[in-house]
Unconditional design. Sequence first.
Lengths: 369, 371
Amino acid sequence: MPETGRRRPSPDQLLKQVEAEESHQRRGRLKVFLGYASGVGKSFRMLDEGRRRRMRGQDVVVAAVQAIEPPEVQELLRNFEIIPPRTDLGGPCIDVEAVKRRRPALCLIDGLAYRNPPGSRNDERWQDVEDLLNAGISVITTINLQYIREKQPQIEAIRGRRASDSVPEGFIRRADEIEIVDAPPEYCLDRAATGDPVVLEQQLSELREIALVLVAEVVDAQLDSYLKQHGIEQTYGTQERILVCITPRSNAELMISRGKRQADRFHGDLFVAYVEQDGLEPRDRETLEWNLSAARRAGAHIEILHGEDPVRAILAFAEKHGISQIFVGHSQRGGFWRKLRPNPVERLIMESSGIDIRIFPHNEPGSVT
Amino acid sequence: MQAETRPPEGKLKVILGYAAGVGKTYRMLEEGQQLAAAGRDVVIGYFEPHGRQDTIAKTEGLEFIPRRVIAYREREFEEMDTEAILARRPAICLVDEFPHSNIPGSPRAKRWEDVLVLLAAGIDVITTMNVQHLESLNDQIRDITGIQVRETVPDWVLKRADEIVLVDLTPGALLNRLDRGVVYAPDKAQRAKENFFKEPSLAALREMALRQAAHEVDLRQGQDLEKPSAAAPFPGTERILIHVTGAPGAVGLIRRGKRVADYLRADCFAVAVVPGPGLESLPDARREALERHLDFARKLHIETRVLDARDEAEALVGFAHTNAITQIFVAKPQRSRLPLIATRYQLVMRVIRMAQDIQVTVVAERRGREA
């Protein structure tokens, strides 16, 4: 269950908040329309928003358009003042100085991923946007997933080719607002069609999934910082976060692979934790190292926990990280004395709150089953 | 082999959003207009205008099928006239508000059931819904918004959709729309802001809609994508057993178990154990609660079984072994005043001890609404 509460922010926090708000006021706001392919309608959405804002009295200009715009976009473009690009450098690029002189409230830039011609003020267009934002001009822009730098290896593996221009993912993640422009793959098929349509549809569908998850992650981070800024201590169960607790004796490989599968299927996060114990036998130490490397291969966040009481340490970690499910091994073994005390699994179940506990049996040789 | 007598099923497209006012209906009508412009026979089966001028303008030129008037408790209500749509036989029908509950006296209880009838008749349907109406998210949604959504759509119905499209809008933009009176009339807008339309709740709902859309896209991709790897030699299919009782927590347990089963593409069973023979052996109150929960499971398309046995844990684990179950879902034991060690003898701990090679998931308490 989420814990709701309001902390009174400390003076330091308040000061930071005021400063953040002030710098926010000086700096322009960035909004990004993200699509997973061309043809989903990003440019249209951007211009449509620009149109509506103009109707509400905002001063809006367009500073960059794509080389080829579909008819409905061209139609919309007619309603806007366009700041002509510089063309004296062998290729078009945004005339940042001209836009700054014109000082609109909002500038629309179609196609964020663009390498400026040599001799331009900045190498890449996203840096031009940064300059405009710093000058207090808000920007709405569009980007196609395949241009996000950190996503490019993954996309290349799906599509078999890589776009030459790119924008750092961090720049997109720092945007004040991001919206996904979603449409079924058939909408983009005719514009990208080469090769087998079935394969293409499959590839586009994979890109679509990546784009949706990316925006979900951005929203999650924004929600997190909103809650922090407002001193609200609440975790929302919007995302599956799985914590696999391993010991040298547990069936760690199975637990990690099941954890990874579940995290992948839920587009969630995987954590693997180990509670430090004294006096490990060399053989156990070796097994543990082996298991931790399996966790690293699975892309898990790895955490070594410390504490007199392993159950407390695990639960404290789980609460801090909004864990929704704990995977834990359970030995059938146990001598007379151990039977008289609650075992760690029993305690985890009874002492946790709002977290599912998945128990993996491990039957060791000689165990009582 | 009924292919000769039955027309092919219609295609279902669901336009998914996370709140009123994000633009689902607008998008539905826009698609309807495009299809009509392309020469397709499109009708509006149900449209909820909410007094939104932009949206109303989008219906221009589209044929409306008049609503059916139903009298209930001396008042008149209007519902979609499914029978009239069937008689009209359009190629495509636009149906707003998929999760809507029809007024008692309607031919079917839920609008999504009406839509299934249209699909069965070979009519394509484009419909709208918000993520919070998905049955399996009901408990999480209550935790986020404090609101228990009562009009829900079972997950298998959404799964039936051929295509899901997400309509995205930032909460900031949505709140602006609300302030400008685009979404609701001023008094309703004010109430909405005090309840549902709070920025963090909206952000959380939006995140859930994005994640659900990603999942739906994932589901509709080829099934052969999961490649065996070193860590998982071959992804064996999981089979999940949910232990159903008459206790209040059972509904949350069923939702959670089914959701995990769906994501893992696992088979799913709901099993109750009674001293026997049959449900009749139980006292009335317990029997009614259990029947309600088994019924709830069946509505979610979970196969249910009732076992006669004295020892619940033994029966569950025995069933699991004979049916190659890989994971048993049980409810967390109630905290009691007894020392912790005493819980060892409760059902859950006994199941864990007896399960041997079967995993057991103890599902945390979820203060869910009753079935």
